[in-house]
Structures are given as structure tokens and as C-alpha cells.
Design a protein around this ligand. Structure first.
Ligand code: SF4
Ligand code: SF4
Length: 719
């Protein structure tokens, strides 16, 4: 259940023009800058190396933690393992009392944010000073970090200057070099007087007990070297086995985080160094420092034991996932509640921090997969989000409306289809041509940013019976699995798919026992309902026993590929699911394959207008199909223009547009703008849900652009 509090936060953040501008600019510049920073490197190979290094850590966590402790102690560190946030606080406060610590300087540490160390210092009457510029800004502003690497990215220079002016009691100009200089002067003083330095660490090496701290401002080095006591807070996930493991991480981390080839400072700490200490008579002497290492659990050991979520150990906190996340770009980090933001934040927060908040904020994920493309540790964030949803439904059940719809209506094909047929009659007062443009009362939000398609009076399953197909010339039999949208909203797409495959010589059938593929239930975590519809589909296909099952819907393809796992408790259905999962063909890639083999010839559509193509998230990023539709378009000779942000989510994302119409509407606006700027006459997509969204938004927001599934272009090129 999405709370009013989260909805209010979303509304506020969508109105935050400063943050929107900052994040918008950054997300435009970042992908190109990142690609440039990786020039000369095999990114995939580096990501694979990082993922493997971390997989090894989680497999041998106890052994590596013990070795790290032994080696660090051998080099003179005082070691402590903290189970909870309270343990961290208690240890540091006790140390401060014993060592008479009055002033602490802190270099950036997510763990210290996580355990709310600054609040604890305040209660204890100890001055704590953040020394990373971004962290200091949010400290004086009283904010939480809004990004894992750039904590103050939500503020502009005027706001920063205002906070500085208030803090320092004088007018500070909003000039960036001057702001940096002011901070430096202010912080140097604190470094020199501090009794204790507290930092995080990016990597902890088990084989020699060393720690790496990566910073851009040199404050990490000053924190580590100037005060007489240095405390390092490090989570278990920062462990690596050996020094050679550090290299790939250091190659990926700055490039992924800020598109830098190298950060300005890479500090290696192996045991306590010497510190210059002021004596009571005002003289200075060199003394051995105290180095305390706190290895922090705070939920991490449970994470390591979890067979699925142990994957989160592959995270090196580079924040590249948030840098490309379309939801983060709109809302920033504060809506995510705790220290960690974005999809990875929702996942980390479910172990580290408030589980209730995590259950809420995981809903913000579109499962669009952009994060997975760049993740340093190759974490499949959307898959883990879906797993979280499944667990949450198992624990707390579904909200009432989806529960009734999934379990009482959609699980029963005949009832579901009867309801859709009744709805096609009931919608008449709201219908305008092929669209429903305005729904009344509490439903009005669903048609605010895009029109909805009207449910057709004659679904595809009926129209199929009247199709005049040619005699087949090929032996293989194809079954078309349409999915609900093609069946009940866009039968013309179904006709184009069937006719085009028939043109290539196939006998194409439409098994009438098929129903919803199960994606809506699966994505909301209702596995039982997903299983029920899967069984009906498997029975329908088993009757026909086709050589191939063709789908023109990427999420349907994914769902069919999940059927074996879904059916693992039922021997009979499992075997059928395995058999058919090997016979699935995604329509666009299959047509491309037929064209490449010379089994299908497309006629020229030159002069039929200018075409652009929208990449569906799941077609491009899950199935890896993005060159094939462009090949097909190219073969037709029709003029083509690539639109800006062609692979950015259109805002549909299944039930997302219903759960978060305000976010979906923003994404739809962006897509509309990109389409208009492309000046195309026709927008193509390979996914019926994207067709729905884009058709609806063109209808609502205007534009002389036709929206088509690529099957419709192919059909035209075969006439
Ligand atoms: S899947 Fe998309 S919306 Fe979800 S966290 Fe990743 S980039 Fe963000
Ligand atoms: S999930 Fe991946 S991209 Fe995101 S912070 Fe972690 S390592 Fe970086």
C-alpha cells in the first residue's frame, strides 16, 4: 500500500525546480562522459571482474573477515566488530570520553550516515565537522544526502551560498571557486584542532589488513593523518580477498561514479601512522596514532546469508545506477527515505535500516533495467525488486483491489474475458472513437496525461477466425500468443503479426484457450495467480503442440521464459513449460532472422514518411533486441530518424502508470517532447504496452504522428 506520506513527498519533489534542473543536466551529460572515461577499457570485462571478486567475498565472508581482522591487528590497528548501529555509537562515544575528544572531523562515510553518528555526537556534546564539501553543505543545511556520491546534488550554488552565509554570519557570494575557497579556509582550521578523524573506506583487503579511501578533495587524507585518533567505519561488503582485487574496482569506481578516469586522492592505510601532536606546553611531538577499525554488520551478515539478496554484496556504492535512473532523475534521493537512494537504495534499506520504508520505496522502481546496464557489480536490480515484491506479498498479502482482480477475475479465463466484453459495453459513455479520454471522479487521474484505448467490441480471438490466410508452404506450425492488449485493445497488431508470418509461408494458429500471460500478477508478487494463468496457457499450447510460439510483446516473452521456474512444483506442467520455453520466438527478432535468411522479402516503403523508433525497456534491456527492429526498418528503405532518449521508459511500466500517474505523466511528457522534436510522421515500437502509452499521450497532448507496432510496418511492406 502506497502511503499518503510517500505520495506527498513525490508531489513536493516534482515541484522542486532546482533539484529537477540539477539532476536533469547531470543525467544528460553523464552517459557520454562515462563512455569517454571508459575509452580503451572493456567495460563488460571490468564489470564481470568486479562481480566475481565480490561473489568470492560473500562465499568466504567469515574467513575473509577473520583474516582482515588478524592482519589489521598485526599492523597495529585496534579492531572492533559492531553488530548494530547502537554498537557503533556506543564504541565511538566511549572512546571519545576516554580520550577526551572535543572535536571530530569526518570524511565521507555512508556508514556514519546510516547509524546517524552526527546526531549521537550532538547528544554527547561533541562537535563533529563534516569535511567533504558536499557533506558539509548538507550538514549545515540540516539535510540528508540525496545521492551516494554527490550528497548535495539537489542544491544550486545560490542555495549553498545562502547556507554558507547563515553558518558563517557574513554574506558569501554564489561563486563556486569562492565557495570552495571559503570551505577550505574554514575546514583547515578544524583539521588542525581535531582530536579524532572518522572516515569510511571504499575497499578493505583481507590479505594484508589494508584499507583504501578514495576522495576528490583530499579531506580523507587530512582526516586520516592529522588528528591523533583515526576511526574507520567499514561494512563487511567492502572486503576483498587480495590486493590484485583492488585494481578492477579502482578502475570502475571513479569512471562509473563521476565519469572521472581517476579520483584525485587514493589513500592506502596499512596500520597506524605517526601524528604531530601539540603538547600541553605548546610544543609539538611526533606520536604513534591510534587507528580503530570498526567492521560494521547492521544487517549485512543477514544479507550475505540470503540466497538471493547476497547479490547486493556486488555493490561498490558507485551510484551509477542512480545516475541513469529515470525515477531518480525526477525525484532525487530524499524520497527514498534512508541514506541509500534509487532502486539499489530500496534493496539495501531492506536490510540496512527501516524495512517498512523499503517495502514502500521499492514501488518506485519501473523495472526498466537502465541501472543493470551500468552497474559496476552487474547486479540485476529490477529482478531483486521483483523478488522483494514477492516476499512482501507472501508476508502481508496483496492490497484488496489487485487481489480481487487477480485472484477472482483474471485467474479464470472465461470470467476474465466475459468481464472485458462487458466492459466494452460499459465504456460507451466515456468512449470517443478508439479512445477513452476522460474517466470520471477518482478514476480521472488515469486519463490525465494520456488517453486510454477503448476495449474493442470484437477481440482479436474473434477476428482471427475471419482472417483469410494463404496456404502454408512451410512445414513448421506457429502458434501466436497475443497477450491481453493485442487481443482486447489492438487486434490490428495481432492481424499484422499473423498475416506477416503467413506471408512467409507458415501456418499460424491462435489457440483459443490462451489468456493473460501472468506478468501483472508476477510483477506484483502474486505467484499463485500467475501460476494459474500459466497453466491455462500451457494447456492451450499443449493441445496444438506448435513448433514455435510467437509473441509480439516483450514482457510476454519474459513471462513464458519464467514458466519452468514457476511450475517447478508440478512435474507435468514443468515439463510442458520447459518444452515450450525453448520454442518461444520474439516477433521482431524472428522477422529479422527470416529476412536475413532470405525467407522473407520486404518491399520498399520509401517515400511513405519519416519513421522513428521507441525502444521498449524490456525488449532492449532484458531481451537485448534493439538492432533487429532498426535492421527491418532499414530494409524497408523508409526514412528513419533516431529520436533523443529513444530507450528511455515511456512511463507505462505495467501498473506503474496507475500506481504513480504523477511520475508516469512526467516520463510521458518527456517522451512526447522527444517524439515531437524528431519530426517523425510515424513512431514505431515493438511492445503493445508502449504503443498504448504513446498512442494515448499523442492523443492527449497533440501531434500529427501515427503510432504503430512494428508488425504493422512489416505487414505494409509485404503487401
Ligand atoms: S529498474 Fe529503472 S526505475 Fe528501477 S532502479 Fe533501475 S533504473 Fe531505476
Ligand atoms: S548497484 Fe551497481 S551501479 Fe548501483 S551503486 Fe551499487 S555497484 Fe554502483
Amino acid at each position: 500500500m502506497i502511503t499518503k506520506e510517500l505520495k506527498d513527498k513525490i508531489k513536493d519533489k516534482l515541484k522542486d525546480t532546482v533539484q529537477r534542473k540539477n539532476l536533469g543536466t547531470f543525467s544528460e551529460v553523464y552517459p557520454g562522459a562515462r563512455a569517454k572515461a571508459f575509452e580503451g577499457y572493456d567495460i563488460e570485462d571490468l564489470r564481470e571482474q568486479v562481480a566475481n571478486i565480490k561473489k568470492n567475498v560473500v562465499k568466504n565472508l567469515d574467513k575473509l573477515a577473520d583474516q582482515f581482522q588478524r592482519e589489521a591487528e598485526k599492523r597495529g590497528a585496534i579492531f572492533y566488530r559492531a553488530k548494530t548501529d547502537k554498537d557503533v555509537i556506543d564504541y565511538i562515544m566511549k572512546l571519545c570520553r576516554e580520550k577526551d575528544v572535543k572535536l571530530v572531523v569526518k570524511s565521507k562515510s555512508m556508514v556514519s550516515e546510516e547509524v546517524e553518528l552526527n546526531e549521537a555526537f550532538k547528544k554527547e556534546g561533541i562537535e563533529s565537522q563534516e569535511t567533504d564539501l558536499g557533506e558539509w553543505i548538507i550538514q549545515i543545511a540540516g539535510h540528508k544526502p540525496s545521492h551516494m556520491v554527490m550528497p548535495a546534488i539537489h542544491l544550486n550554488r545560490q542555495q549553498v551560498a545562502d547556507y554558507f552565509s547563515k553558518e558563517l554570519g557574513k554574506d558569501i557570494e554564489p561563486d563556486i571557486p569562492f565557495l570552495v575557497h571559503t570551505a577550505r579556509v574554514q575546514l583547515r582550521e578544524k583539521f588542525l584542532k581535531a582530536d579524532m578523524g572518522i572516515s569510511g573506506a571504499n575497499i578493505a583487503v583481507a590479505e594484508n589488513g589494508s584499507l583504501f579511501i578514495v576522495t576528490n578533495e583530499g579531506n580523507g587524507r587530512l582526516t586520516a593523518t592529522l588528528p591523533r585518533i583515526h576511526v574507520i567505519l567499514v561494512g563487511y561488503e567492502k572486503l576483498v580477498e587480495k590486493m590484485s582485487d583492488v585494481i578492477p574496482i579502482l578502475r570502475v569506481l571513479p569512471r562509473n561514479a563521476t565519469a572521472q578516469v581517476l579520483t584525485s586522492y587514493v589513500n592506502l592505510i596499512s596500520g597506524p601512522s605517526e601524528a604531530i601532536v601539540e603538547n600541553s606546553d605548546g610544543s609539538f611531538s611526533v606520536q604513534k596514532k591510534e587507528l580503530h577499525i570498526i567492521l560494521v554488520d547492521h544487517g549485512r551478515l543477514d544479507m550475505a546469508k540470503d540466497p538471493v539478496f547476497k547479490e547486493l554484496y556486488q555493490c561498490i556504492r558507485c551510484a551509477a545506477c542512480t545516475n541513469v535512473c529515470p525515477v531518480y532523475a525526477l525525484l532525487g534521493g530524499h524520497v527514498y527515505g534512508h541514506v541509500y537512494s534509487g532502486g539499489i537504495g530500496a534493496l539495501l534499506n531492506s536490510f540496512i535500516g527501516s524495512k517498512n520504508t523499503a517495502d514502500q520505496i521499492q514501488e518506485l522502481c519501473l523495472t526498466c533495467g537502465r541501472c543493470t546496464e551500468v552497474c559496476a557489480g552487474k547486479i540485476n536490480i529490477p529482478e531483486l525488486i521483483v523478488e522483494m515484491r514477492k516476499r512482501s506479498v507472501k508476508k502481508a498479502g496483496l492490497p484488496t483491489l489487485p487481489k480481487v482482480v487477480f485472484q477472482n477475475i483474471m485467474s479464470n479465463r472465461q470470467l476474465f474475458h466475459s468481464v472485458l466484453r462487458m466492459a466494452s459495453l460499459a465504456q460507451k459513455p466515456f468512449k470517443n472513437g478508439a479512445f477513452i479520454r476522460n474517466l470520471p471522479m477518482f478514476l480521472s487521474g488515469y486519463t490525465k496525461d494520456r488517453s486510454l484505448p477503448a476495449i474493442v467490441e470484437v477481440p482479436f480471438r474473434e477476428r482471427f477466425k475471419g482472417l483469410k490466410l494463404k496456404r502454408e508452404t512451410k512445414k513448421q506450425k506457429i502458434a501466436f500468443f497475443s497477450g491481453c492488449l493485442i487481443d482486447f485493445a489492438y487486434p490490428e497488431i495481432g492481424e499484422a503479426v499473423v498475416e506477416s508470418l503467413n506471408c512467409a509461408g507458415f501456418k499460424v494458429n491462435f489457440p483459443q484457450g490462451q489468456t493473460c500471460c501472468g506478468t501483472p500478477m508476477f510483477l506484483m508478487g502474486d505467484l499463485e495467480s500467475a501460476k494459474k494463468v500459466a497453466m491455462q496457457n500451457l494447456d492451450a499450447m499443449q493441445k496444438e503442440n506448435p513448433d514455435f510460439i510467437v509473441l509480439a510483446c516483450p514482457t510476454g516473452v519474459e513471462m513464458w521464459e519464467r514458466y519452468p521456474e514457476l511450475m517447478k512444483d508440478s512435474q507435468r506442467y514443468y515439463e510442458i513449460a520447459v518444452k515450450f520455453s525453448k520454442r518461444i520466438k520474439e516477433y521482431t527478432s524472428y522477422i529479422n532472422e527470416l529476412c536475413e535468411k532470405g525467407e522473407m522479402k520486404l518491399k520498399s516503403l520509401k517515400g511513405k514518411g519519416l519513421v522513428t523508433y521507441h525502444d521498449s525497456c524490456h525488449l532492449k534491456r532484458v531481451l537485448g533486441i534493439f538492432e533487429e527492429p532498426r535492421n527491418i526498418i532499414n530494409k524497408t528503405g523508409i526514412d528513419f530518424v533516431e529520436m533523443k532518449h529513444c530507450d528511455q521508459c515511456c512511463g507505462m511500466a505495467g501498473s506503474y502508470s496507475v500506481k504513480f500517474p504523477e511520475i508516469s505523466g512526467e516520463l510521458a511528457d518527456q517522451k512526447h517532447k522527444d517524439i515531437m522534436e524528431s519530426k517523425a510522421d510515424i513512431v514505431l515500437a515493438g511492445c503493445p504496452a508502449c504503443v498504448l502509452q504513446i498512442k494515448g499521450l499523442i492523443d492527449k497532448k497533440g501531434g500529427n504522428v501515427k503510432v504503430r507496432h512494428i508488425a504493422e510496418l512489416i505487414k505494409e511492406a509485404l503487401k
